[in-house]
Ligand binder design. Structure first.
Ligand SMILES: Nc1ncnc2c1ncn2[C@@H]1O[C@H](COP(=O)(O)OP(=O)(O)OP(=O)(O)O)[C@@H](O)[C@H]1O
Ligand SMILES: [Mg+2]
Length: 264
């Protein structure tokens, strides 16, 4: 039994005028514990839909999602979620209080929750910034606090929707590096959505490519067997890049064709 199983997951939406649209169709995937899975695909193919279903914020119209063999029905602190540009920090709490918040709600004693929050703030590279309030921090720092907050709950799984999409190139590089380190240290299972092929190959143990929407599904999965630090100039890295590029190029072309068709 895999850690996470998605069996023929389909999610359809019914709009206010009664039209049915298929966001995701027959999506099947097994994830092992401790994987770093990156999901790629053109805009509108259903990536966020898949993440919401995994988080338990939403439910499949058909098919099922199992975690350790049990259906995912609700959100749970077993699954930490970090969304792009989702500035969900409390502005009246400082960095450490924001990270501690969930632990406090769970009744974890002050000493323990403080220790945990400090550990994770250090892990995301925010040593010495604990007392600052969100308004005093850069976008990249706030994003790192949100990651620290998700990690402090020590979830079985981290679900991330383009978490670095809004960061500048330098911060993004640093965060990619930090996240790989955090993942190596904690072995938390990660599902990470990105538009950026390079980011996916730098981070993932496996990369999944989705077909163009509507009704996107999993087109294929590439295992990335690169030891240690990943270097873009490494010939093996380049080979993975080329393979994944070929898979996604077609889908992006299809998606833009459909959008152009819709606009016409
Ligand atoms: N709540 C909803 N109601 C109706 N349609 C929805 C809803 N959520 C998503 N959709 C539709 O489902 C499809 C997939 O959306 P989704 O947000 O999962 O795409 P995505 O792959 O995350 O795209 P992007 O890369 O642009 O973020 C889209 O056609 C979208 O319009
Ligand atoms: Mg999305």
């Amino acid at each position: 039994m895999a850690f996470i199983e998605l069996h023929d997951v389909t999610r359809t939406f019914v709009s206010r005028n009664g039209r049915t649209s298929v966001a995701v169709k027959d999506f099947s995937l097994d994830l092992a514990r401790g994987e770093f899975f990156c999901l790629l695909g053109p805009s509108g193919c259903g990536k966020t839909t898949i993440l919401s279903l995994l988080a338990g914020f939403d439910h499949p119209t058909e098919g099922e999602i199992l975690l350790d063999g049990a259906p995912v029905r609700n959100p749970s602190r077993d699954r930490g979620v970090v969304f792009q540009g989702d500035d969900s920090l409390y502005p009246w709490l400082n960095a450490i209080e924001n990270v501690e918040f969930g632990l406090r709600m769970r009744g974890i004693a002050k000493k323990e929750r403080r220790e945990r929050a400090l550990r994770y703030l250090d892990l995301v590279g925010l040593k010495g910034q604990h007392e600052k309030f969100p308004g005093e921090l850069s976008g990249g720092m706030k994003q790192r606090i949100q990651i620290a907050r998700a990690l402090a709950n020590e979830p079985k799984m981290l679900l991330m929707d383009e978490p670095f999409g809004a960061l500048d190139a330098q911060t993004r590089n640093i965060m990619q590096h930090e996240l790989r380190k955090i993942w190596s240290a904690t072995k938390t299972s990660i599902v990470f959505i990105t538009h950026d092929l390079d980011e996916a190959i730098l981070l993932a143990t496996r990369v999944g490519v989705m077909t163009a929407g509507p009704g996107g599904t999993l087109k294929g999965v590439i295992s990335i067997d690169l030891e240690g630090e990943r270097v873009r100039t490494d010939p093996t890295y380049t080979k993975y890049y080329a393979t994944a590029y070929e898979m996604i190029r077609e889908e992006v072309a299809r998606a833009s064709g459909r959008m152009a068709g819709e606009a016409a």
